[in-house]
Structure formats: structure tokens, C-alpha cells
Design a binder for this molecule. Structure first.
Ligand code: 5GP
Length: 176
């Protein structure tokens, strides 16, 4: 049991299971992008630990950059994407992989994909540590998924509850 602020969370995906699966996703990306020098666009803050673990397992030439967007207030997704901040590189002609902590309604990712695709990358795919298919509100392909999970609120491994809990080294789910 973990208390994050005023809420109780219970273990959901342990560190070893999580990291073994992330390594597997990293190996798959390495196969798919050999000779493509992919550009990982990591969405802060939530994806920082997933991105670190993932990219350690991608032993091919690649580049990494970080952006910020925000769409969440406390435990409910608002779907309000603010502008993309911090993207200094041109992505034109690049093979882009957006690295996200979790796809919930998919609204954030959809807007992000739209905003990045106008810059004409050669290809653009999504790698998300967690994916809640039942929460999806828009058509979206998440090519690289760590774990598909049910539609419940989770914290840990970069994911926060009101800015706390990002430091937990496993995924915890809000207790009923
Ligand atoms: P979406 O636009 O897909 O609904 O939401 C995407 C963002 O909402 C994620 O990047 C993440 O920051 C936040 N989010 C969605 N579901 C959860 C969840 O279960 N736990 C936490 N901590 N954040 C979530």
C-alpha cells in the first residue's frame, strides 16, 4: 500500500515486470529503426523514467529531445492540450517516435501527432508505457505499448497524482 497525498494506492505492475517489458519494447524499436537514426520526442514530465529505461535498451544511433504539454488536472483528464514547448530541432524528414507515459483518452496524443505532422517528418509513431484502450475517445494507433491496462487511475514510474508519486519505482493503482 502506498499513500500519495490523501489517496491510497495498491501495487499494480512491479518493477521487474515493468522493466523487462520496457526492454522488450526497446529491442523491437531497435529492430524497426536500424539505419533510420530515429528522433525520440519525450513528453515531460510523466515519461522521464520510461524514456530513460526504454532508450537504454535502444543500442542504435538515435537522438533524444524533450517537450512539455499538459492536459490533466488531479485525477481526471481534461483533454486540453496546451502548445508544445521546447522542441528546438527541425523534425522535417526525420523518423520520430513520441515517448509518452500513458495514453488515456488519446486526445493529448492526437493533438500532439497533428501538431508534429505539419512539420513533415518522414514517419511518426507513438511509444507509450501504458495504454487504456477502454478510455480511448479518438482513433489512434499506439505502435509500441508497454502494457494495456484497464481504465483506472495509476501512479508511479513517472506518473503523478497531483505532482506526487513520480518517484515510485513501480506502477500503483488507486484503491477502490
Ligand atoms: P489523454 O489525453 O490520453 O486522456 O491523457 C494523457 C495524459 O493524461 C497522460 O500523459 C498523463 O499525464 C495523464 N493521465 C492519463 N491517465 C492517467 C493515469 O491513470 N494516471 C496519471 N497519473 N496520469 C494519467
Amino acid at each position: 500500500m502506498q499513500v500519495v497525498r490523501d489517496k491510497q494506492f495498491v501495487p499494480f505492475i512491479d518493477k521487474q515486470t515493468l522493466e523487462e517489458r520496457i526492454a522488450e519494447v526497446g529491442r523491437k524499436i531497435s529492430e524497426d529503426y536500424r539505419d533510420k537514426n530515429p528522433l525520440f520526442v519525450v513528453v515531460l514530465n510523466g515519461a522521464f523514467l520510461f524514456a530513460a529505461e526504454l532508450i537504454k535498451n535502444v543500442p542504435i544511433p538515435c537522438e533524444i529531445t524533450f517537450v512539455r504539454v499538459s492536459s490533466y488536472s488531479k485525477t481526471e483528464s481534461t483533454g486540453q492540450l496546451k502548445e508544445i514547448l521546447g522542441l528546438k530541432e527541425s523534425i522535417e524528414g526525420r523518423h520520430v517516435i513520441i515517448v509518452e507515459d500513458i495514453v488515456d483518452t488519446g486526445l493529448t496524443m492526437n493533438k500532439l501527432l497533428f501538431q508534429l505532422s505539419v512539420q513533415k517528418p518522414d514517419s511518426i509513431q507513438v511509444a507509450s508505457m501504458l495504454f487504456k484502450p477502454a478510455a480511448l475517445k479518438t482513433p489512434l494507433t499506439v505502435k509500441y505499448v508497454g502494457f494495456e491496462i484497464e481504465n483506472r487511475f495509476v501512479v508511479g514510474y513517472g506518473l503523478d497524482y497531483d505532482e506526487q508519486g513520480r518517484n515510485l519505482d513501480a506502477i500503483y493503482v488507486l484503491a477502490d
